[in-house]
Write a protein of this length. Structure first.
Length: 275
């Protein structure tokens, strides 16, 4: 069997570096694949895939998505350092915010040409960052009518919710989108988020918004502490019998006996007060 050619390590290093930048000729990479171990071969195979994808459709964002998926941060850094257009840069910022990669986001926002704005696409990057619990992407906290707040509340990212509500400019409103942030936080049982939304100094969420839909969601999930918090809110408290007793019905359907008992006691108390 013919021995494999010896390739000096410094030559391999140069080829691999250029490959990661999508610049090395395929013939050079094939030499490395024949003479180096399987890890290098596997990495270069992935790079070849990225290169082919870029050459086929010319989309930086598509290649960036693939690079992030395969943890090829060298490729990702090279891509975001020279976005082809403002639109491409904005799309890339939204993507890297979803992955929570601050280094790539900073690179896009400080690119020498076509730098992305933090609030591009109506703050979509902040929305993605908030959904993932990443708080280092600056933009208008109330972008999209508060959709970032709703996403963070839905996933129980208390620190992110606090940041959005306390932003010095363009702060998110706790009662945005008709109280949807409170609804999803109650559904998930995120009691600290619920408390933040109810106690917001301005535009606080109402525990009884939508007739008490947040209470119904909390009861359905068996989140008794959230149920109690909504019932005991100092202002705009939810009513235990709201929406035709839907909270009690949903709690019973879910087998949440403690919630059922609490709601029954509160309904009985309210009935006595009416009499």
């Amino acid at each position: 069997m013919r021995p494999l050619p010896h390739v000096p390590s410094e030559v391999v290093a140069d080829i691999v570096l250029r490959a990661l930048r999508l610049e090395a000729p395929i013939c050079d990479m094939s030499v490395v694949c024949r003479s180096w171990h399987s890890i290098v071969m596997r990495n270069l195979a992935e790079v070849l895939m990225l290169r082919e994808l870029r050459e086929r459709n010319g989309s930086m964002v598509s290649v960036l998505r693939c690079a992030l998926k395969h943890h090829k941060l060298d490729v990702a850094l090279d891509l975001v350092s020279k976005p082809g257009s403002l639109e491409e840069s904005a799309e890339a910022l939204v993507l890297v915010a979803r992955y929570g990669n601050t280094e790539l986001a900073r690179c896009l926002m400080h690119a020498p040409q076509n730098a992305a704005n933090a609030d591009c696409q109506d703050g979509e990057a902040l929305v993605e960052a908030a959904f993932g619990g990443h708080i280092e992407h600056a933009a208008r906290a109330n972008c999209g009518g508060g959709v970032a707040l709703v996403g963070a509340a839905d996933r129980g990212h208390t620190e992110v919710v606090c940041m959005l509500l306390d932003a010095p400019q363009h702060a998110a409103h706790a009662d945005c989108r008709g109280g949807k942030a409170l609804k999803v936080a109650a559904l998930g049982g995120h009691i600290e988020v619920v408390r933040l939304l109810l106690d917001a100094p301005q535009h606080a969420a109402h525990a009884d918004y939508g007739g008490g839909v947040a209470l119904v969601e909390a009861a359905a999930g068996g989140h008794i502490e959230v149920v109690r918090l909504l019932l005991d809110a100092p202002q705009h408290a939810a009513h235990a019998a709201c929406l035709g007793g839907a909270a009690l019905v949903r709690a019973a359907d879910g087998g949440h006996t403690e919630v059922v008992s609490l709601l029954k006691d509160r309904i009985a108390g309210q009935t006595q007060r009416v009499r």
